[in-house]
Design a protein around this ligand. Structure first.
Ligand code: ZN
Length: 290
């Protein structure tokens, strides 16, 4: 079980603007990303600098418009930003509540396929306390979404905890489950550097669908029939399930505030994570703010 129990009671932002450049995994387009401090209760907003009108997209579950391979959010005018989950995960892991994210293209850069570059970037500045109480979403009723043999569940709990299980028909990935405690900031050491992954057999199919155009061994673990194709191998023996936890932390941060609840993921992904939040917010009896 992952206990993200570093108890931070005040809202936080970053002290100074920071920026980086990189390519989008699916678009292959180079983009620059700039993070700015924001005031209390601002939340997390993306601003598409390459678009002049209606270019603000709030990082919220209700704005999710596509969950195929990555999470995309869009505003009312259809302006979107995709592959936001690793950056959202870093912001959640570092307890950043308020931040303005300027981006000059349609997709957050993939960097090395994990969230460590975003964590390192934020580490180049300091975290600023905003002297306003954090609003925490407390889960009051269990919600479970099942689809075929996959599921996600949120249960009442006294902190934010995650259990994840995967089972792929590949002997290199196969069955992995992760239960660990995240305390004293070890999101950075245990989760942030776990990379996204894909199977060699799927690469041609993805490319012909116009996806993974920026994908390479520099930004994903590629699993072949008999071996991992990356020359340095894996960063953790169970890097795959750790990455699924990284993704879930990012997707769940689209709740708009930290969650006090127990998340269980079983072979699930971005789509079920969003359905879970939609179902949570569908009934006010499911949650309360504390
Ligand atoms: Zn991911």
């Amino acid at each position: 079980m992952i206990d993200i129990s570093d108890s931070i009671n005040s809202q936080q932002t970053i002290s100074e603007p920071v920026s980086l450049k990189g390519i989008g995994l699916h678009s292959g387009i180079e983009v620059s990303l700039k993070l700015y401090p924001a005031e209390a209760d601002y939340g997390i907003k993306f601003i598409r600098k390459d678009i002049t009108d209606n270019n603000i997209i709030e990082a919220l579950w209700s704005n999710v418009t596509n969950t195929k391979l990555s999470t995309t959010i869009s505003n009312q005018s259809g302006v979107s930003v995709s592959t936001i989950e690793h950056l959202m995960s870093a912001l959640s892991g570092l307890h950043i509540d308020n931040i303005k994210i300027e981006i000059d293209g349609p997709e957050v850069p993939i960097m090395d396929g994990s969230s460590i570059k975003f964590v390192d970037l934020i580490d180049t500045t300091s975290i600023k306390n905003l002297n306003r109480k954090r609003k925490i979403l407390k889960v009051k009723k269990s919600i479970k979404i099942e689809k075929d043999d996959t599921s996600v569940e949120l249960k009442p709990n006294n902190q934010f905890s995650i259990d994840f299980e995967i089972d792929f028909p590949s002997k290199l990935v196969s069955h992995q489950s992760r239960q660990l405690q995240l305390v004293n900031g070890n999101y950075k050491t245990d989760i942030a550097s776990a990379r996204t992954f894909g199977f060699e057999k799927d690469v041609d199919m993805l490319r012909s669908s116009g996806l993974a155009l920026g994908g390479s061994l520099d930004n994903a673990v590629v699993v072949g029939e008999t071996k991992i194709l990356n020359s340095d191998g894996l960063r953790f023996k169970d890097e795959f399930v750790r990455h699924k936890i990284l993704d879930s932390i990012g997707d769940l941060y689209l709740a708009g505030s930290p969650i006090q609840g127990y998340f269980l993921g079983n072979k699930s992904g971005h789509h079920l994570n969003n359905l879970l939040l939609r179902s949570l917010f569908a009934d006010k009896k499911n949650y309360e703010y504390i």
